[in-house]
Design a protein around this ligand. Structure first.
Ligand code: SF4
Ligand code: SF4
Length: 293
């Protein structure tokens, strides 16, 4: 089973829309499963117009829980917590969102009144369209442990792929270069980088490339929203050349893309003859060549 992960560094460059369209096209030639590891802001299912079939809550974070009956109100725990997660004047209260589950308060408590317990912090959703299955993670508001949730999403996606006989997992990854990105890259056969012609996107892509280099994963570039900023487009093309990063294609800036998003459909489905849809078809061909049968 092969895994392709789509990353961007900068958010908002069109990564999820392009993943959705690539999913629709690649499903014509591969038994395919889609995954969404952008657990902070999952939206692949939205751009696909997918329906949620089921979900499973997960508990990958840990929080301090105080037993009021054992507590002597000494407030040693509040003085110990370096995250200011224990509040209250004369009765300790754990501020749930601030607690990192480090356990220092439990060690310091003279009454052994504090336990560190697993806490529900997100869910793994299973979605489907008439054509595709999608497994996506969703971190609850204010929660942490996004990297661990990504690991669970990937394991769930692999199990689902085996169940349905899928040979390829195409993953819509998170923006940035942090823990969920690293968790997303692990085990990928190919990383598809999506960027746009802007200095911020180039800057973030350069940082992402360093992370990808650490994993030695083969990568290719898609330049989205082209045709309006030739100077920065040229700079990005030169950057790709200098770094041995093959450009799999360029997608012209076109009204069909935002219109398709507003219709909750991949652009290749909503406007199959539009310039971006034709460009994504050509990119899918090159991607298929890059990953093999
Ligand atoms: S350290 Fe223990 S006993 Fe003291 S206030 Fe905190 S929970 Fe209560
Ligand atoms: S577990 Fe750590 S972060 Fe949470 S309240 Fe205790 S000391 Fe603070």
């Amino acid at each position: 089973m092969k895994e392709i992960v789509v990353l961007s560094g900068k958010g908002g460059v069109g990564k999820s829309s392009i993943t959705a369209s690539l999913g629709d096209i690649l499903a014509e030639r591969y038994a395919l499963l889609l995954a969404d590891t952008d657990v902070d802001a999952p939206n692949l299912h939205l751009v696909l117009g997918a329906r949620r079939d089921s979900f499973e809550e997960i508990a990958t974070s840990e929080k301090a829980v105080i037993d009021d009956d054992k507590c002597a109100r000494c407030m040693v725990c509040a003085a110990t917590c370096r995250f200011d997660a224990i509040i209250g004047e004369d009765k300790p209260i754990v501020a749930f969102y601030a607690c990192e589950g480090c356990g220092a308060c439990a060690i310091a408590c003279p009454e052994q009144a504090i336990e560190i317990r697993h806490a529900t912090n997100g869910r793994v959703n299973a979605y489907s369209t008439p054509l595709l299955h999608v497994i996506g993670g969703e971190l609850y508001i204010g929660e942490s442990s996004s990297g661990r949730l990504v690991d669970i999403v990937k394991r769930t996606a692999r199990r689902k792929a085996e169940d349905i006989g899928a040979k390829l997992i195409l993953t819509d990854g998170p923006p940035g270069i942090g823990c969920p990105v690293i968790a997303s890259i692990k085990g990928a056969a190919f990383v598809l980088i999506v960027t746009e012609p802007s200095p911020a996107a180039l800057h973030d892509m350069a940082r992402l490339l360093e992370v990808i280099g650490f994993f030695k994963a083969p990568a290719g570039l898609v330049l989205n929203k082209t045709g309006r900023q030739p100077r920065i487009e040229k700079i990005i093309q030169d950057f790709a050349d200098d770094h041995g990063l093959p450009i799999l294609g360029e997608i012209p800036y076109d009204i069909a893309m935002p219109l398709a998003i507003s219709m909750a459909q991949p652009v290749v489905t909503a406007f199959p003859d539009s310039p971006p849809a034709l460009a994504i078809r050509a990119i899918a061909d090159r991607l298929a060549e890059a990953i093999g049968p």
